[in-house]
Each structure stands twice: as structure tokens, then as C-alpha cells.
Write a protein that binds this ligand. Structure first.
Ligand SMILES: Cc1cc2nc3c(=O)[nH]c(=O)nc-3n(C[C@H](O)[C@H](O)[C@H](O)COP(=O)(O)O)c2cc1C
Length: 297
């Protein structure tokens, strides 16, 4: 299953790209509108991209009134990414979105800069969100050193799945002036440099929690998607690659199927967790499929 990574595709501007996905994940929505950070907010590096968008979004009220009805017309299952600054924000956002049948799942962005990521914070936020909605809840985590504990805390607090990984902090300097390129100095690093980081995170969390995982980080080809799948991802999300290749969803899906078949797997589902030895319990694939495809006609 191929999704987009939150914040990396404007589905209303490129509906034909969104329709290639098994589910569309929105940019993170916060309780109030946010303009985001000052320009410059994007910088290229030789191993990926830096961004400091700063969760620019119209806020939950305008999102529900203006964007959600138009996104629903795409006919693709919708996942809404939500972000806030404390557990109450997340609970409020989930409570509001719980009323919209067109929302298939909620992704909790627990890795934006102003939100605590230690296990205690994640547990509190996921519990609050869990109490506010019956919709499938995915916890999106950063590849932090304490990821094992954090992912377990998310699972125990009621997350149905994990989205791994968000960006990691990086810095680019202007070649001539040696001043930081981004207005915020450092920003989130995405793209190829994240690939081994994402693989390790998915591998670790698959072992630790057994939850369905949406893997992302530098995926550009079917081979990259295959590796994340073998590490334990039941779905793969495309982020930075979409800026360079809007046709990546269909291409990566076809390449992934071919790469799986070339290794003798009957289907891509059979690859999930193949990097682990037999001591790791296989996840319940049916459960994940039902979650991701909920709402698909
Ligand atoms: C321009 C840009 C905006 C992003 N905005 C969000 C966001 O709003 N919420 C979120 O959870 N992640 C956001 N991300 C992170 C991506 O969803 C993804 O986790 C990350 O880019 C790694 O995947 P990739 O290497 O394939 O891009 C953003 C990434 C980029 C490059």
C-alpha cells in the first residue's frame, strides 16, 4: 500500500497524483491557523532536503469547513494528520474529526518541534486522543534514541499503528556567506539521508510493538519500499520524492511488486517483516488492510 507523507502533497492542486494513492494523508492540522515560519523555509542538500515550514495550516475550523469536503470528493481514503502543543489539543482535534465519516484514520504528529516526545508525553497524548475518537489512530514518531520505549508507550496507550519516521534536525550553510540558509537556521532533514534511519526505526518498532507500520524516509524506488516492507512496514509513504516525481506512487507500487516477485514472494504482503527471524510474531495483516482501506469504494 502506497500513501503520501504528510505535508508533501497538495491533493487539491494535484488530484490525479492523490488518486494514485491507497490513502491520502493531509498536512498536519492544528487547533488554530498557523502561518508557519518566515522564508527561507526549504533548502536542498546533497543528501536530501531541509524544511522549516512550521506547520503552516488553516486551523481545524477552516479545514473542516473548506478543505475536508473537497478532499472527500477525491474518492481516496483520507487520513488527517493532527498536531498540537499538549494532550488537550490532540483530544479536541480528534473529537472534532471523529464526527466526519469521510475521515478514515487520524495520524497524530507527535514529532513536531514544540511537542514533547518522551514516553510520558506520547503516552498522555495518545491516551487523550484515544478517549476522544473511535477512528484508527496512527502515532507518527521521530527516530529518537528512545524510540523503543516511546513506541511501546504509544502502543500501550491505544495507538492502532505507527507512522515512522518524521524528519531529523539538520543545517545547511550558504556556500558563500556561510550563514544558515533557512530562516530558522536548522530544519527537518528528509530524503535519501533518512533511508537507513527509517529502516532502523521500522525494524525496531516492528519487533517492539507488532503494530501495523507506515514506513517513510527517503523512499524513491521500489527497492527502497521493499526494504522498508521487509523491516516491518505494512504500507509505505512517499514524501520528498513527490516534489521531483509526481508519478512516483504508481511507479513505486509497480517496482515494489516486481522486486517482491523477483525474490519469490507471492505478494507484497508476504514481504512484511521478512528481515526478521522467525522469533518475531507476524502482525495481523488483515487488521492493517482494513484500517488503511477503510472508506475506499
Ligand atoms: C516540505 C515538508 C513538509 C512536511 N510537513 C509535515 C507535516 O505537516 N506533518 C508531518 O507529520 N510531517 C511532515 N513532513 C515530514 C514527512 O511527512 C516525512 O515524515 C518526512 O519527509 C520523511 O519522508 P521523506 O524522506 O520521504 O520525505 C514534512 C516534510 C516535508 C519535506
Amino acid at each position: 500500500m502506497i500513501l503520501n507523507a504528510s505535508g508533501c502533497l497538495d491533493a487539491l492542486a494535484a488530484p490525479e497524483v492523490a488518486r494514485e494513492l491507497d490513502a491520502f494523508v493531509t498536512k498536519t492540522v492544528t487547533p488554530s491557523p498557523r502561518g508557519g515560519n518566515e522564508p527561507v523555509r526549504i533548502a536542498e542538500t546533497d543528501v536530501g532536503m531541509l524544511n522549516s515550514i512550521g506547520l503552516a495550516n488553516p486551523g481545524i475550523d477552516r479545514f473542516c469547513a473548506d478543505l475536508l469536503p473537497r478532499l472527500a470528493e477525491l474518492g481516496v481514503p483520507l487520513w488527517v494528520s493532527v498536531g498540537g502543543f499538549n494532550a488537550e489539543d490532540y483530544a479536541d482535534l480528534c473529537g472534532v474529526l471523529d464526527h466526519y465519516a469521510e475521515v478514515s484514520a487520524l495520524e497524530l504528529n507527535l514529532s513536531c518541534p514544540n511537542v514533547a516526545s518522551p514516553a510520558g508525553g506520547v503516552a498522555e497524548i495518545v491516551s487523550a486522543a484515544r478517549a476522544a475518537t473511535a477512528k484508527p489512530l496512527y502515532a507518527k514518531l521521530a527516530p529518537s534514541p528512545d524510540l523503543r520505549e516511546v513506541s511501546r508507550a504509544a502502543a500501550e496507550a491505544g495507538a492502532d499503528g505507527l507512522s515512522l519516521v518524521n524528519t531529523i534536525r539538520g543545517l545547511a550553510l550558504d556556500e558563500r556567506t556561510l550563514a544558515p540558509v533557512l530562516s530558522t537556521a536548522s530544519g527537518g532533514l528528509s530524503g535519501p539521508a533518512l533511508r537507513p534511519v527509517a529502516l532502523a526505526a521500522v525494524f525496531t518498532c516492528f519487533r517492539e510493538t507488532g503494530l501495523p507500520i507506515v514506513g517513510m524516509g527517503g523512499v524513491e524506488t521500489g527497492r527502497h519500499a521493499l526494504e522498508l516492507t521487509a523491516a516491518g512496514a505494512a504500507a509505505v509513504a512517499l514524501g520528498t520524492v513527490l516534489f521531483a516525481d509526481p508519478h512516483a506512487p504508481a511507479r513505486v507500487r509497480a517496482e515494489l511488486a516486481a522486486e517482491s516477485a523477483a525474490r519469490g514472494f507471492g505478494s507484497v504482503e508476504d514481504v512484511v517483516g521478512a528481515a526478521h527471524d522467525g522469533t518475531v510474531a507476524r502482525r495481523d495483516d488483515t487488521r492493517h488492510k482494513n484500517v488503511v482501506l477503510a472508506g475506499k469504494n
